[in-house]
Design a protein around this ligand. Structure first.
Ligand SMILES: *Cc1c(COP(=O)(O)O)cnc(C)c1O
Length: 375
């Protein structure tokens, strides 16, 4: 057990709840997206928990993430969503990982590797309908689809695309992308080939665009109880799973005019009570919160003052505020009547919840509550 006072606590029951309400909402299978250390929640532990809760398969960004899951004993199908290079293909096939095929050239590389290994490769075709990231453009995908259908060494399991603006419930771009995707899929019918599993919806699609749910959905951030955008609709009753906690390690009185931290960017106008909290940007807590963020101590919000350091930062309790060493500090999560959300922290740091969650690094120990006792 780590003795570090700073820790991330993940509520596994919140993850189960989120998966359950997503299932009830969409009524199609769920590919749980667990890339980037399960959005900071801990890849292996989260995947084991979700595997037991009825997800249909996992999606990760990189081959390494998928291999980590396989080594940890995850047996469900895992799709590697990102673009791959030829040299990675053999390893993916050997570990039974599903491969995103995003061009004709990559299809040829996968076929060659599968033939060399005498082992079929399970693939999902990536169609670009307006993200311009990876994938074959929907307006020129006919030959690509035909080649994949004709392939001897590839098992064509899925066809998918990615939505660029689904976090905005009013964006007209989503309908356009859906239309392009369905047109691309129509080519399977045109050539008399069976339709692979069609998947398109990320969290924004799940929340805002039922037409995009198709045969499977790919929620990431909402599984963890965080909305993709502050303006997204809370159409599914998700609960945040992650809390970020620490403890006061130091208390002092700072005299009027005495500056706090590097660069002397803040000094109190009158004598005030200041505490030090042992977490900093070296943990992935954003330096942009300097003189902007807030934390909860004894049920009250208090501002971060001065520049946030690599390993610690200071909080002003005011001239009459009191706190003791070892008092709990909540950086994300509830305390008393108050709650600090990932969305709050993201707004102060001028970024998105995704970045806040995925920045937290391995220096912060993770603890798990809820769920079954054994792992
Ligand atoms: C990350 C990702 C998702 C999940 O996105 P969220 O907005 O977190 O739901 C789905 N599909 C692909 C291809 C992704 O890269």
């Amino acid at each position: 057990m780590s003795q570090r006072p700073t820790r991330i606590v993940v509520d596994l029951d919140a993850l189960s709840h989120n998966l359950q309400v997503i299932h009830a909402h969409v009524q199609v299978p769920v590919m749980a997206i667990v890339k980037a250390n399960a959005y900071g929640h801990g890849l292996v532990r989260v995947a084991h928990h979700l595997q037991a809760q009825g997800v249909t398969q996992f999606g990760v960004a990189f081959a390494e993430e998928a291999l980590t899951l396989r080594r940890a004993g995850i047996s469900l199908p895992i799709l590697v969503l990102g673009g791959i290079l030829g040299r990675q293909v053999g390893q993916l096939i050997q570990h039974d990982l599903e491969i995103t095929v995003s061009s004709l050239d990559k299809l040829r590389k996968v076929e060659a590797a599968a033939e060399r290994l005498q082992r079929k490769a399970v693939i999902h075709l990536k169609i670009d309908t307006g993200m311009e990231r990876i994938g074959v453009h929907s307006y020129s995908c006919a030959a690509f689809i035909e080649a994949a259908v004709a392939s001897t060494w590839c098992v064509l399991k899925g066809v998918y695309s990615h939505l660029a603006c689904a976090d905005d419930p009013h964006s007209p771009k989503t309908a356009q992308q859906l239309e392009r995707f369905l047109q691309a899929c129509a080519h399977f019918e045109r050539i008399g080939a069976p339709m692979p599993i069609r998947h398109l919806a990320n969290s924004g699609g799940v929340l805002h665009f039922p037409e995009t749910w198709l045969d499977m959905v790919r929620p990431g951030i909402m599984l963890y109880g965080v909305l993709p955008d502050p303006a997204a609709y809370r159409s599914v009753d998700i609960r945040p799973a992650l809390s970020l906690l620490s403890q006061v390690v130091y208390f002092k009185v700072v005299k009027a005019g005495s500056s706090v931290s590097y660069g002397a960017t803040w000094a109190p106008a009158q004598d005030t009570h200041v505490v030090t909290v042992p977490i900093g940007y070296g943990d992935g807590y954003p330096r942009a919160l300097s003189n902007r963020g807030q934390v909860l101590i004894r049920g009250q919000l208090h501002p971060i003052v001065g520049r946030l350091c690599m390993d610690q930062f200071m909080v002003d309790l005011g001239p009459h505020g009191s706190a003791y060493v070892e008092d709990d500090v909540v950086l994300i999560g509830p305390q008393g009547e108050q709650i600090l959300t990932v969305e709050d922290v993201a707004a102060w740091a001028d970024t998105i919840g995704y970045e806040i969650l995925t920045r937290f690094n391995e220096r912060i120990p993770r603890e798990y509550v809820g769920g079954p006792n054994i792992r």
